[in-house]
Design a protein around this ligand. Structure first.
Ligand SMILES: Nc1ncnc2c1ncn2[C@@H]1O[C@H](COP(=O)(O)OP(=O)(O)OP(=O)(O)O)[C@@H](O)[C@H]1O
Ligand code: SF4
Ligand SMILES: [Mg+2]
Length: 369
């Protein structure tokens, strides 16, 4: 349903903006993924790793430096046509950016219908809007309100209804629950689950909230400084994280039971997208870095059951069922951890993957709804 290939965005800041030379922000580098009808891909990663830039490129708000976006077999041009835009809709990080504060929600919802020539008469459009607000759990009363007159949860529903009125094939949701209270978040997540089941929607969900990402993900991609570093099913990424960065991200997640809280393995702060570290951009923070990590960018490759971008990926333990499948197919398993005594692996006290103390990172229970 959605096929993204080699997506890249380099923002060029004007010469003289910082120093004399033009400065390039490498926001997104060579990002590829695909999702089927009815599937949800969640994209997670720290602030500034390029999530919103991907969202904007998907919906045509930002022109890619390179790469393509294909929806339902149709290659979308950087200058999107009306029909292109209908296929893939954004629910923005900031609902206020999609709404005029001085116009009612009814106006906000009818506008896209008018712009796309949907509904022949005013009565037709009113009916379509009425049906959609009901579907997202709002009523006619809300339609008469200004955006400031409804709650955060109601606003989130209105923005969702606005995107859905165009019957998109793919919905891109950028932090749809960021500004909501915990209890309201749960109702919006449930609404997304219902809509996905009812409408067969494909979704790209960007969120900082790993419990929500985990709940909704059929697939998940973990990003670090513009690149995907781990990609697999929701269960693989959230229940058996393998990339050192994913492990750090999940370990830093607050959990209810302090017994299960682990300190992050990562060291230091995220680097700048203007001057990303050479080689693996994560290497200054990675507890497992070795010499090659500082010089060569690791490719995102299939490693056992998922895609990983890590020079030491072959040393990560494989889940037992994958090992069994390899054995049944007579395919040799990837090399396992070399001895910590191996001089090639002498990492100045850094951890080896086969360190018995490197137990799986505990993750919290799925959000109860
Ligand atoms: N229009 C722009 N011009 C220059 N740089 C930009 C522009 N938009 C984004 N960036 C930079 O690109 C990088 C990625 O930004 P982006 O907004 O995609 O990150 P993000 O992962 O969505 O972060 P957050 O989680 O905080 O929303 C950042 O370094 C950001 O400063
Ligand atoms: S490539 Fe090296 S620095 Fe990067 S995550 Fe893997 S071990 Fe760590
Ligand atoms: Mg963002």
């Amino acid at each position: 349903m959605l096929q993204v290939s080699g997506l890249r965005k380099h923002f060029e800041l004007a010469a003289g903006h910082v120093g004399k030379d033009p400065v390039v922000v490498r926001a997104v580098e060579d990002v590829s993924f695909a999702i089927d009808k009815g599937e949800t891909l969640t994209i997670v990663g720290e602030s500034g790793c390029g999530k919103s830039t991907i969202a904007k490129m998907l919906v045509g708000l930002v022109a890619p430096t390179a790469g393509t976006v294909e929806v339902a077999g149709r290659m979308l041009s950087p200058d999107r046509t009306q029909d292109d835009r209908r296929l893939i809709q954004l629910v923005s990080q900031n609902p206020w950016s999609a709404l005029n504060r001085r116009r009612t929600l009814r106006h906000a919802l009818e506008q896209p219908l008018l712009a796309h020539g949907i509904g022949r008469t005013k009565a037709d459009r009113a009916r379509l809007v009425g049906e959609m607000v009901e579907r997202v759990g709002l009523t006619d009363r809300h339609l008469g309100q200004l955006p400031a007159g409804v709650s955060g949860g109601e606003l989130a529903r209105a923005v969702l209804a606005r995107a859905l009125l165009l019957s998109p094939q793919v919905l891109v949701l950028d932090e749809p629950t960021a500004s909501l209270d915990v209890s309201v978040k749960a109702t919006v997540v449930n609404l997304l689950l219902d809509l996905r089941a009812e409408l067969g929607l494909s979704m790209v969900l960007i969120t900082h909230e790993l419990d929500i990402a985990r709940k909704l993900a059929d697939k998940s991609a973990v990003m670090y400084l513009g690149r995907i570093v781990e990609q697999g099913s929701g269960e693989q990424v959230f229940d058996e994280p393998r990339h050192p960065y994913t492990r750090m991200l999940l370990a830093s997640m607050p959990v209810a039971d302090p017994e299960h809280r682990r300190l992050p393995e990562g060291l230091g702060e995220v680097a700048s997208a203007i001057a990303p570290p050479p080689g693996c951009a994560y290497h200054p923070r990675c507890a497992y870095a070795e010499a090659i990590c500082g010089t060569a960018v690791p490719e995102l490759l299939l490693q056992g059951d998922r895609m990983l971008a890590c020079h030491r990926a072959d040393e990560l333990g494989l889940p037992s069922e994958v090992a069994a499948a390899h054995a049944a197919a007579g395919v040799p398993l990837p090399l396992h951890a070399s001895s910590p005594a191996d001089p090639q692996r002498a990492t100045g006290g850094r951890q080896a993957y086969d360190d018995p103390s490197d137990a799986p990172v505990p993750v919290p229970e799925r959000t109860k709804t």
